[in-house]
Design a protein around this ligand. Structure first.
Ligand code: B16
Ligand code: MG
Length: 214
């Protein structure tokens, strides 16, 4: 592995606990359509864009709805999700995140976010960590969402680094696939379901030691 000069973090489920809020909001949405939705089905949605997530729920329930109903459900899911993260703060950062950001900053390692979420910048500001990141590529800035590698390739390009000089941290199968397709080392975090697909795996970021890579 080349010496690491940049770190790209997924947001929901890697930096912050919001993946659970997405789950609850999608469960409410699925149930309103009469579709059963548990943590198992939610695994298929992690890291997946809002539009593709609703398409997957409809596929699960073998349902077809009008485009107006589709747009209404997207809006009500996001309204409910945003309401549920109103009180989000630095205390919702996942274990090891704050220390790793500080250590990387002190070492001059470039930091970025590569998220499918259109709420990423709002959340980073709420968490008080926005200033750590030289680049934020989110769901507003890509044509092809994860598992396509565009989000991470755009991040590396903005760093002016090659993919093999950047580690990608992910909690979702779609994100691990995106990182690997882009030629990055895919570091799985906090989701045992992706441990085998990832190049490296840690239960949380307290287990990750930057000194081993940079
Ligand atoms: P939004 P990530 C993803 O964020 C979430 O994992 C996924 O559950 C969500 O559907 C997606 O963002 C879109 O989020 O509705 O806020 O635009 O994990 O890629 O940081
Ligand atoms: Mg995620």
């Amino acid at each position: 592995m080349s010496p690491i000069k940049g770190l790209l973090f997924d947001l929901d489920g890697v930096l912050v606990t919001t993946e659970h809020n997405h789950f609850i909001a999608w469960q409410r949405c699925a149930n309103s359509l009469g579709i059963a939705f548990t943590e198992n089905e939610n695994e298929l949605l992690k890291g997946v864009s809002r539009i593709d997530s609703l398409k997957k729920i409809l596929e699960l329930g073998h349902k077809t709805i009008s485009s107006i109903e589709f747009e209404d459900l997207l809006k009500s899911k996001n309204d409910f999700y945003l309401e549920s993260i109103q009180s989000l703060s630095a205390s919702d950062l996942l274990p090891g995140v704050a220390a790793l950001l500080e250590e990387a900053k002190a070492k001059g390692i470039l930091l970025g976010v590569g998220s499918s979420s259109k709420n990423a910048k709002f959340i980073l500001n709420k968490l008080g960590i926005a200033d750590y990141f030289a680049v934020v590529i989110d769901g507003n800035g890509v044509n092809d969402p994860k598992p396509h590698p565009e989000v991470f390739l755009n991040g590396a390009k903005a760093f002016n680094l090659a993919p093999n000089e950047v580690l990608v941290f992910e909690d979702a199968a779609s994100g691990i696939a995106a990182a690997k397709a882009g030629g990055f080392t895919a570091v799985g975090v906090g989701n045992p379901n992706i441990a085998k697909q990832a190049d490296l795996y840690f239960n949380d970021l307290t287990e990750f030691s930057l000194a081993n890579y940079a």
